[in-house]
Design a protein around this ligand. Sequence first.
Ligand SMILES: Cc1cc2nc3c(=O)[nH]c(=O)nc-3n(C[C@H](O)[C@H](O)[C@H](O)COP(=O)(O)OP(=O)(O)OC[C@H]3O[C@@H](n4cnc5c(N)ncnc54)[C@H](O)[C@@H]3O)c2cc1C
Length: 400
Amino acid sequence: MANLSLVTPMAHDVKSGIYGLSNPFDTPERKAFRETIEAFVDTEIRPHAYAWDEAGHVPWELHEKVGALGVFGFGIDEKYGGLGFDDPFMRTDFAVAMAMCGAGGIPAALGGRGISLDPLQKLAHDDIRSRVLPEIISGRKGSSLGITEPGAGSDVANLTSSARKDGDDWILNGSKTFITGGMESDYFVIGARTGGPGLAGVSLFFVEADMPGFTRTPLSKKMGWWASNQATLYFDNMRVPAKNLMGQENYGFIQIMQNFNYERLALVACALGMMKVCLEDSIEWAQERETFGKPLIRHQVIRHKIADMSAKVDAVQSLLWMLCAQIDAGTMPVAEICKAKFFATKSLEFCASEAMQILGGAGYLRGNRIENVYREVKVIAIGGGSEEIMRDLSVRQMGL
Ligand SMILES: Cc1cc2nc3c(=O)[nH]c(=O)nc-3n(C[C@H](O)[C@H](O)[C@H](O)COP(=O)(O)OP(=O)(O)OC[C@H]3O[C@@H](n4cnc5c(N)ncnc54)[C@H](O)[C@@H]3O)c2cc1C
């Protein structure tokens, strides 16, 4: 009878050539980067993933160790501590490898800062970006993006947190919720209403946790992503200096929308990593576990489940490579990223369900990757633009 280890992660490497496709856009640099990240995840994260997830926290040193790999610096100028180049393949290889660590809260805790970096570099006053970007990218400090509110999630154009002019300053009032990393971040990029109703009245602000008028409380008892924290932030007559307005007043909505592209690409990669977990751990289990006198893998129903999962992994992987190639060539395929996001999360949902069936009761116990993936399907399907919103947006992007 197979023995599912509950606290020791199962072997990552299923040496059976289950990933037959190779990336036509691979380079020696990308391969070396991928191998470095995979080795890092296997040695530095995977052995601790279960314990950190149960504890609801990752040690801050991990932020700094991951920062030292340079992975927070894609697309960020070297003068701000970044890599000075971008590479969508490396970005997504990082996200795939991290998603396979055994607890999705860990990449969420580390990578939560990622969605605030591009606006900070592009839009923040130079005094601010020169000071904070090196701290965030090195992993010494955390940062978060605060768009979602208790009364506005998908409907970003209707957010109600407000900023009004007072002399040279702004006075910020309102609240944000579900903000990843929000309990530990020192720095925030916040969307607030500075103009009339709708999308033309939204601006972005740089906010610091130690500013008077800022408070936060944790969202606890979540379905997944335990190793990361999500916060509700409150702004009570919070005075924000004029130079903290990011970009042009009332142009925040378009900046928020542009920023979603890389977040969604990363979520596609994350879904792919989770699907690979489903495939790998199902195969390993099906090879070991025997029922009715033979290994599960010899039952045709189980073989077909694995074939279906494998085909979906191939499809999402191929799509992701094509998106990366197009971005690398200089175009952002907005509609295709939206389509890829809901396609990937629906494929993930299928794989998580089938993997759980293959593991049977053992999969239902805490401490194995399938149980974790199963609980974390929905955060990928909802966060960063839900499946419904992604379908809607992709059709609109097609001009329909
Ligand atoms: C763990 C976690 C971490 C998060 N981290 C962050 C973060 O760091 N920063 C941040 O700003 N936000 C964050 N979010 C918020 C996330 O982006 C939102 O949850 C998401 O955008 C959906 O918004 P909502 O939850 O308010 O759902 P709603 O907008 O209320 O939607 C509810 C449901 O209705 C559907 N729906 C809405 N409008 C339509 C429509 N027009 N047609 C059809 N269906 C529709 C949606 O798809 C969804 O299924 C996080 C969320 C979670 C769960």
